[in-house]
Design a protein around this ligand. Structure first.
Ligand code: 26A
Length: 338
């Protein structure tokens, strides 16, 4: 693994996470299990969570993934880009990333504060409400200014949440990957992405070498694209067969389903693979926030190392398991090795 072999792009966020209740969800009209963009009416939630003794964690889905991949890989393997504000929250993110050795090259916005994600925990559910703020100010120009990093990397990981921010930046990476026969990987991120950012998502589709998501995101894709099915293997196979820009690589589609088997479809293969999830003792579960991001982190580390599909999935499940033992989207120290 060389210097910054993986480049990841998305929204650097500070998670403000606390245990809530139905009354708090009702106050802001939130579903128990969801991820949304905050509107004006949601802005009080961060204060409410802080009053409930919130934990402050480094978040942002792809940033969690990037930290996860770096946790596994040799020093200086992963670089993360996104936009933060000029404030103490940004310092906190840099600190948390440094702890695992994740290098960040942030655009710093002079006006907007660092983005926040309010996480309301009720039982096993978590509702996430994101005020992107500075994260929404990422610009493709920043990527162009750091094009040496883009050139250096062999694999690009883009969080689908960034489709709400800068499609030009995503497309710049996608096209570069296809042109140079590098790897482009995208996460579906949340049901609202295929639902409300369908056109943006579809623009990136021909460039996916890997696309990763969970069952609700896959079903949201199927609904918004009129696939008339909720069957995960069928949806995975459909995604694998969509037109592809770079014909030198076959597309791989990975759909996680919590404790149910991980489904993987590969372009031009009839058989859809299913990988059972290793059982986790309930007593080991501290917090599942970021488990999916951790899965992607382990998986992408495996891909970067050139591991087999089976091993990549296993590395994803291994890292997800580790992150579930921690509070917030974090990984245990002292470092464990795969
Ligand atoms: C644009 N939105 C809504 C988001 C996010 C997000 N990361 C980037 N963009 N909404 C929630 N998250 C992150 O998801 C992680 C859990 O998977 C949270 O910051 C949390 O760390």
């Amino acid at each position: 693994m060389g210097k910054y072999e993986i480049l990841a792009l998305e929204n650097p966020l500070l998670d403000i996470q606390a245990v809530g209740d139905q009354a708090l969800l009702d106050k802001y009209g939130l579903k128990p299990n969801d991820a949304i963009l905050a509107e004006e009416k949601h802005m009080g939630i961060y204060e409410d969570l802080i009053n409930r003794k919130a934990d402050f964690n480094a978040g942002g889905a792809a940033q969690n993934t990037a930290r996860g991949a770096q946790y596994i890989l040799p020093e200086d393997s992963v670089v993360f880009v996104g936009c933060v504000g000029k404030d103490k929250y940004a310092d906190l993110l840099v600190e948390a990333n440094k702890k695992v050795g994740l290098h960040t090259v942030y655009r710093v916005d002079e006006e907007q504060p660092t983005g926040r994600c309010g996480v309301v925990i009720t039982g096993h559910d978590r509702s996430m409400c994101t005020d992107l703020a500075a994260a929404n100010c990422y610009k493709v120009e920043h990527l162009k200014e750091n094009w040496d990093l883009v050139k250096q990397a062999k694999l690009y990981f883009v969080g689908g949440y960034h489709l709400t921010v800068s499609v030009p930046a995503i497309m710049a990476l996608a096209e570069e990957a296809a042109k140079e026969n590098k790897i482009f990987m995208l996460s579906l991120s949340a049901p609202f992405i295929p639902q409300f950012f369908k056109d943006q998502l579809d623009q990136t589709a021909p460039y996916w070498d890997y696309v990763v998501g969970n069952e609700t995101e896959a079903r949201s894709y199927a609904a918004s694209h009129d696939l008339n099915t909720e069957d995960i293997p069928t949806i995975a196979r459909h995604l694998a067969q969509l037109p592809k820009a770079n014909s030198q690589r076959k597309r791989t589609v990975i759909i996680t389903q919590g404790t149910d088997p991980t489904v993987v479809a590969v372009q031009d293969e009839d058989k859809v693979h299913e990988f059972p999830v290793h059982a986790i003792d309930k007593s080991e579960i501290a917090d599942t926030t970021g488990a999916g991001d951790a899965f992607a982190g382990g998986f992408v580390a495996g891909v970067a190392k050139g591991e087999s599909l089976k091993t990549c999935v296993d590395m994803g499940q291994w890292l997800a398991h580790l992150s579930i033992k921690e509070l917030g989207p974090a990984y245990p120290f002292p470092k464990q090795t795969y």
